[in-house]
Design a protein around this ligand. Structure first.
Ligand code: DGJ
Length: 731
């Protein structure tokens, strides 16, 4: 890891273990150019890549054609309305109503450590394990300063970027767009990779070709969304798990975002990523500053797999803060799919008792325990325990569950209000709404205007009061609708464009307060399943509910897409009952368990009603969880085959960091007549170590298992699966 500035060539060179990122200050005017990003290179002065000498339009030599220069120059942070017609990175409206930004290098500093991003999630590391470069750019007409931050970590190939805008003028400026990333590069026949989806079908891997013009993904829904995850990759056409180049860009933010690739007339690409400019503006008065969220850049020349493992390690080591991050999470049983709204304390106690006999460790009471909530039409906001359901109150229930020997967890949806609630009747103006217009309902609910302090405080106290009242060790923080009708009765007219971002900041602040007051709390984020599964939320909770679709086969592609970026330790995954409530498919209990073991693991069914055969399997699965979870949580993830691609079987493995243990999961989704015994080549093992493989009589060297592989017998029926445990031979 190193960051250096070379005075004579005016070059900044950032080196991670295997990548280099190079910028240069150019021309007399001090444009900041983007020179190179990719595999590590030895030279720093590769300024020929800027093609300034080839270009007759260098502005200080040829002001006549300055615009032509700006429209082709590979810039580090694009301005606006001054001649570069490609995507801008920043836009403002000044006191005269003018829009135009042109940024030039002013100064820089390089230091050990990394600053926190105020109010926002951000990666971290001890000062001696990371380095930061700050480049200060300036528009001296506006008196606007833009600071670009780049940080690197001793143990990672990731580069993080964030941006701060400071209004140094005496006048108010309206910031109407700010990207966190802008990277210009030549197109090398790349394709674009993203994760798209829908409710109950989140994070599906999608490749698309890059045409001229702009192609983007994004969210304007107030959350990162089920529909598009804040990630894009640019990769070789021939990318595979183990070979090919990929640039991955991931945004540490939980609200509106845009991630875009633009291909211009010269076949150059501009990648931008940041807060979505739709519905966004932020007023900056004299000396005020705006911090744009952090983004992570990962380049891998060894395929998708290496990129994946870089993201996993970065998030496990430098983003997740929870005390649970390196611990086994209690195996939970959640009553949502077991009872929906129809439960009382006796029902929960009967589930807890049965769960305990099978080794389950925590009962989670889901939606429906408060107000008059017997369906999803009422009571959000009225966080008083419904004592008709919980006779004797919440503490009594929690104590009884604890006496049985289980921990207790609870569900909240703090950000919402039902029109049919005492809260809404008392404070209709607390809902997000455009003045004079009734906001549209979704799941018959409105979103609370958390940008207002009194609303956020009410929300916090409602949750905290319940947590203070009993021994509650886990919270599932849900959010079941996306934002619309964006308007706040608490913001001045010229500040209405701040609401979406202020809302996200308020969610972060609420969760920060919660984990500060309850430091041992296990927090799981959720948004109608996985609608807010993003790196931002991982800063507050070590796990996120992956999807409302708990069908083992559907989960294969959901979890494959999720695990492309997010560590397995963060993926909320449960075994549910069959036929599956979302897709109606019946899969073997064993397969449901094997697939859920790749995540946080738990149950989502009425254990008092399932067959004895299934119950007995729970005890076995619990045993496997205890045996394998350290490996799954902390190991390196390798994808071997994808059902999404081969329409037949899915296979992945996790290898411990010391390469002494590994676990292969193989799911035969479809059986085939006359199927041959399948050979799979393993990954990640040490070629020199000798391993025993579950189901094989003799031990084999890693190089045999990596190159020759193992065989997996065909299983009778569809949706069959097997786990294969591999261990280094001792002695
Ligand atoms: C959506 C979540 O994803 C479910 O697990 C459940 O908690 C429901 N909300 C409750 O309303």
């Amino acid at each position: 890891m190193n960051i250096e500035y070379f005075e004579t060539s005016r070059v900044f060179k950032i080196d991670t273990n295997s990548t280099s990122y190079i910028m240069a200050v150019c021309d007399r005017e001090k444009f900041l150019g983007h020179v190179y990003y990719g595999q590590k290179i030895s030279d720093s002065d590769v300024n020929y890549l800027l093609r300034l000498n080839e270009n007759p339009f260098v502005p200080s030599l040829n002001s006549r054609d300055r615009g032509a220069f700006l429209d082709s120059f590979p810039t580090e942070f694009s301005g606006h309305n001054v001649g570069d017609y490609r995507e801008s990175s920043i836009e403002v409206i000044d006191k005269n109503g003018n829009r135009g930004v042109s940024l030039f290098y002013k100064s820089h500093s390089i230091y050990k450590g990394k600053k926190k991003l105020y109010g926002l999630p951000s990666t971290f590391a001890p000062d001696d394990k990371c380095m930061t470069l700050e480049i200060h750019l300036e528009d001296d007409v506006l008196n606007l300063e833009v600071v670009l931050f780049y940080s690197i970590f001793e143990d990672s190939d990731a580069i993080t970027r964030s941006v701060k805008v400071i209004n140094k003028s005496d006048d108010t400026i309206s910031l109407t767009k700010i990207m966190s990333v802008c990277v210009d590069m030549d197109d090398d026949n790349f394709q674009m990779l993203d994760l798209q989806g829908a409710w109950a079908r989140e994070r599906q891997i999608e490749y698309r070709s890059i045409g001229h013009g702009k192609q983007s993904i994004g969210s304007t829904r107030g959350e990162s969304s089920h529909q598009e995850n804040p990630f894009i990759g640019l990769c070789d056409q021939s990318i595979s798990q183990d070979s090919g180049r990929i640039y991955g860009f991931h945004f540490i933010y939980s609200g509106n975002f845009i991630a875009q690739v633009e291909k211009n007339q010269f076949d150059m690409l501009r990648i931008t990523m940041g807060i979505h400019p739709d519905n966004f503006s932020f007023e900056l008065q004299k000396n005020e500053e705006f911090t744009a969220p952090e983004a992570v850049l990962v380049f891998s020349s060894e395929g998708l797999g290496k990129m994946t493992r870089t993201f996993h390690d970065l998030y496990r080591n430098h983003l997740i803060r929870s005390p649970y991050k390196n611990k086994k999470r209690p195996i939970l049983i959640n009553n949502w799919e077991a009872t929906y709204f129809d439960f009382d304390s006796e029902k929960l106690i009967s589930i807890a008792k049965e769960a305990k006999t099978h080794g389950i460790e925590m009962l989670v009471m889901d939606d429906g325990w408060f107000g008059k909530r017997n369906d999803d039409n009422s009571s959000l906001g009225d966080w008083q325990v419904n004592e008709d359901k919980l006779k004797g109150g919440l503490k009594n229930l929690v104590d009884r569950v604890n006496e049985i020997g289980l921990k207790f967890g609870i569900w909240f949806e703090p950000e919402m209000v039902s029109p049919d609630s005492d809260l809404y009747r008392e404070h209709p103006d607390w809902a997000i709404a455009i003045q004079g217009r009734m906001p549209s309902r979704s799941r018959n609910q409105f979103v609370l205007d958390l940008s207002r302090k009194e609303v956020a405080d009410y929300v916090y106290e409602s949750v905290a009061k319940i947590l203070r009242s009993a021994n509650i060790e886990y919270v599932k923080w849900d959010m079941n609708r996306q934002l619309s009708d964006i308007g706040s009765s608490g913001l001045a007219p010229q500040r209405q464009g701040e609401l979406m971002h202020r809302y996200v900041l308020a969610v972060y602040d609420l969760q920060e307060r919660l984990i500060t007051e309850f430091p041992d709390l296990l927090l799981e984020n959720c948004s109608g399943g996985g609608g807010r599964f993003d790196p931002g939320m991982l800063y507050y909770s070590p796990q996120i509910w992956c999807s409302d679709d708990t069908d083992a086969i559907e989960r294969l592609s959901i979890q494959e897409g999720t695990a492309l970026l997010y560590p397995l330790s963060t993926m909320g995954a449960h075994v549910s009952d069959c036929p599956n409530h979302i897709v109606g498919r019946t899969t073997p209990f064993e397969t449901r368990g094997n697939v859920a073991l790749a995540g946080t693991f738990g149950y989502e069914l009425d254990i008092t009603k399932i067959s004895n055969e299934d119950k007995n399997q729970i005890s076995k699965q619990v045993e496997m969880y205890h045996k394998y979870n350290d490996l799954v949580r902390e190991g390196d993830y390798y994808r071997i085959a994808s059902y999404r691609e081969n329409h037949y079987f899915d296979c992945y493995m996790v290898v411990s960091k010391d390469k002494k243990k590994a676990l292969v999961t193989y799911v035969q989704v479809r059986n085939r007549a006359n199927a041959h015994v399948r050979k799979i080549r393993l990954k990640g093992l040490d070629p020199q170590k000798k391993y025993t493989v579950e189901g094989m009589e003799k031990a084999y060297y890693g190089d045999t298992l990596l190159n020759a592989g193992i065989v997996v017998k065909n299983m009778r029926g569809d949706s069959q699966s097997t786990l294969i445990y591999i261990r280094e031979v001792e002695g």
